[in-house]
Design a protein around this ligand. Structure first.
Ligand SMILES: [Zn+2]
Length: 77
């Protein structure tokens, strides 16, 4: 995943939640996950290193990095 794709991704998705550890974006425009090609549900940018996600649901995750931040794509099972 290169930085240009990531910038386009963030510009396309909708910011839903931001706290000191993460930014969470919802995939409202049906973008395909750059890692696995399936449509993802949420895009999470980790602002702190390391970061705990405290997931409340069982999710499949794809992981990338951009600008030295971990980026996580979630897929509901
Ligand atoms: Zn994926």
């Amino acid at each position: 995943m290169d930085d240009v794709d990531f910038d386009e991704l963030v510009a396309s998705v909708t910011l839903r939640e931001e706290n000191q550890a993460i930014k969470s974006y919802q995939n409202t425009v049906a973008i395909s996950c750059p890692a696995c090609g399936s449509q993802f549900d949420d895009l999470i940018v980790c602002k702190e290193n390391p970061t705990s996600l405290n997931l409340s649901k069982q999710l499949d995750l794809c992981v990338g990095s951009a600008d030295d931040q971990a980026v996580i794509f979630t897929h509901k099972k």
